[in-house]
Design a protein around this ligand. Structure first.
Ligand code: CA
Ligand code: CA
Ligand code: CA
Length: 182
């Protein structure tokens, strides 16, 4: 969770929102900006690069992580391997090994691994059709921004202060997608 890969919303918003900086409250977002928000969020989530962000992308990304932390490549994770996954994908942060090992064989199979709800995706996919469309992307990014500015305004200030430095990760809000190699 401190890898920086999970600062999706932060990165997205830095570019898009600085344009309409200070008193953004509920000003309508121009269509081209909405289009851009949609494209960038899609790009971040579109693990298989087919141009659409779907729940399948999450599964593929998770499978990819599963394989990359399966150090001895025996297609199951032991506790030390699973610990690595928790760092790679913070959807797993609050899931202990034993919770996922529903078969109680002290190993986590891929199926067990994938049983964790895709809550970060479903939070965006409001109509539940497993695909992120433009209104959903815009609504999500707007609500993320709102949460951010609700705090004390520090978010944005820190952001510019830290420009060029590594961003500290924030905890609960953004989507976690493992980086795509190549
Ligand atoms: Ca896709
Ligand atoms: Ca293994
Ligand atoms: Ca949808």
């Amino acid at each position: 969770m401190r890898t920086g890969q999970s600062t999706v919303a932060l990165l997205l918003l830095t570019g898009i929102i600085t344009a309409c900086a200070s008193n953004t409250k509920e000003r309508p977002i121009p269509p081209e900006a909405q289009q851009k928000m949609f494209q960038e969020l899609t790009h971040k989530l579109d693990f298989d690069r087919d141009g659409t962000a779907t729940c399948t992308d999450i599964e593929k990304a998770r499978t990819h992580t599963f394989q990359s932390v399966d150090k001895n490549a025996d297609s199951v994770l032991i506790s030390s391997e699973y610990r690595l996954a928790k760092f790679e994908d913070r959807a797993y942060f609050f899931y202990e090994f034993n919770q996922l090992d529903t078969s109680n064989d002290h190993r986590i199979s891929l199926n067990e691994y994938l049983s964790v709800p895709k809550s970060e995706f479903t939070a965006i996919d409001q109509d539940g059709d497993c695909t992120i469309n433009q209104p959903e992307a815009v609504a999500y990014l707007k609500s993320t921004l709102r949460d951010r500015s609700k705090g004390d305004g520090k978010g944005r200030k820190n952001q510019s202060k830290n420009k060029g430095k590594r961003q500290p990760s924030r905890g609960q809000d953004d989507i976690t997608i493992p980086p795509i190699e190549g």
